[in-house]
Ligand binder design. Sequence first.
Ligand SMILES: Nc1ncnc2c1ncn2[C@@H]1O[C@H](COP(=O)(O)OP(=O)(O)OP(=O)(O)O)[C@@H](O)[C@H]1O
Length: 281
Amino acid sequence: MIQISNLVKVYDTGDRALQGVSLTVPRGQVVALIGPSGAGKSTLLRCINRLVTPSSGSITLDSVDLTTLNKKQLRQARTKMGMIFQEYALVEHITVLENVLSGRLGSMRMIPSLLRRYPGGLVEQALKLLREVGLEDQFEKRADALSGGQRQRVGIARALMQEPRLLLVDEPTASLDPKTARIIMRLIINACRERNLPAIINLHDVQLARHFSDRILGLEKGRLVFDGEPGELNDEILTRIYGEEDWHTTLTGAGNSSHGLDSPENPVEHVPLRIEERIDV
Ligand SMILES: Nc1ncnc2c1ncn2[C@@H]1O[C@H](COP(=O)(O)OP(=O)(O)OP(=O)(O)O)[C@@H](O)[C@H]1O
């Protein structure tokens, strides 16, 4: 469980990116974080993994206050936070398998980690994760020989390799086509369901957020202006978060046939990937 209390971040430039954000995400809950550009979504994720130092407030992951840790404790805490990035952040010149294994480097002892000597059990675990994301046949390929969708699958497997207690996901689908985006979201959701893993997913795509998350948080100018179930999102709330727009088409999917998403009242709970989804991307 992650608990955030009255989190404030004021950058040196004076930008007040977060202005007192409080929230609790219990185990197993998948939360979509939405909001306009500059609302503070990335800052919130970066405060949690402490790439950014909060100005005040507290962030507690499984009873450990992340804001008061020294360097060594922080390194340890980070091993329990799996990150998935928009641009994948893979090491291009090494194999898919090595990229997945690298998820474990942070929790290995110094010398084996420097030499990248992974115990046999870890290799089996990485291969199992590659099977889970549908990439078992590609384990020897170099990362730079993969498509965007395949790269994101490696990113997911690498984050899961950490055996995290929390997943932090920053725009996982922004560089992908709509169908691949759905496949990737489904993989993330299924992984969380299976592991009872909480996740905070920063998303620009409101339809994907409504379709795949358990809960939606709306940030605007550093403040939480919505916290509710996907089905509660309506024109009025979207206007509060993003400003005036014809939100009807976004909410109904009208005029956006490429997504063709189901209604949030009938969400995808745990959907196995179809055969073509395992090999297409
Ligand atoms: N390193 C930084 N230094 C100074 N100001 C920053 C820094 N990073 C972000 N900001 C400011 O903080 C505010 C929130 O930015 P943030 O990137 O968290 O928003 P966001 O919701 O993630 O936006 P986007 O959706 O465009 O990525 C903005 O006003 C931004 O200009």
